[in-house]
Design a protein around this ligand. Sequence first.
Ligand code: DQA
Length: 160
Amino acid sequence: MLVDSRPGCADFLPKRAAMRIAVIHGVNLSLLGEREPATYGTMTLAQLDAEIERAARELGLAVTTEQYEGEGEIVRALHRARLDADGVVLNPGAYAHYSYAIADAIASIAIPVVEVHLSNTAAREEFRRRSVTAAACRGVVAGFGADSYRLALAALAKKP
Ligand code: DQA
């Protein structure tokens, strides 16, 4: 077979920069690994972040990960993301169930935000079945452990 190794048009086009995704973990997720392992598993936050980075590499995404206990810190991280990122994966932790401030911050930024939960919040206590932040998000992935984050990254990777 004859192979033409001459450069084609595509070789001269500037390479498209990787889509940048900010992964924001919320309150109490710093204690993953020791916190309620029957519900959240034994993976630490550092191990989860390593999984997220691996998944992002496979999807061709540039990812940053950060974790905050405070509601205001999460709001500020969302504000920053609108300038630094093309999309956000957000696990608000318990704030999902009552933080109108985080819901407003999500609605205030134009980039897509995907809410994730490690556990299936719909199958847990009554107060966890409602997320006030989800309505402002592009979508929600819950119940798949670390895979919730991978699925959220894959969903964002499909967006132009
Ligand atoms: C969680 C679910 C929330 O209800 C809970 O408050 C968390 C973790 C999850 O990832 O499953 O802190 O967001």
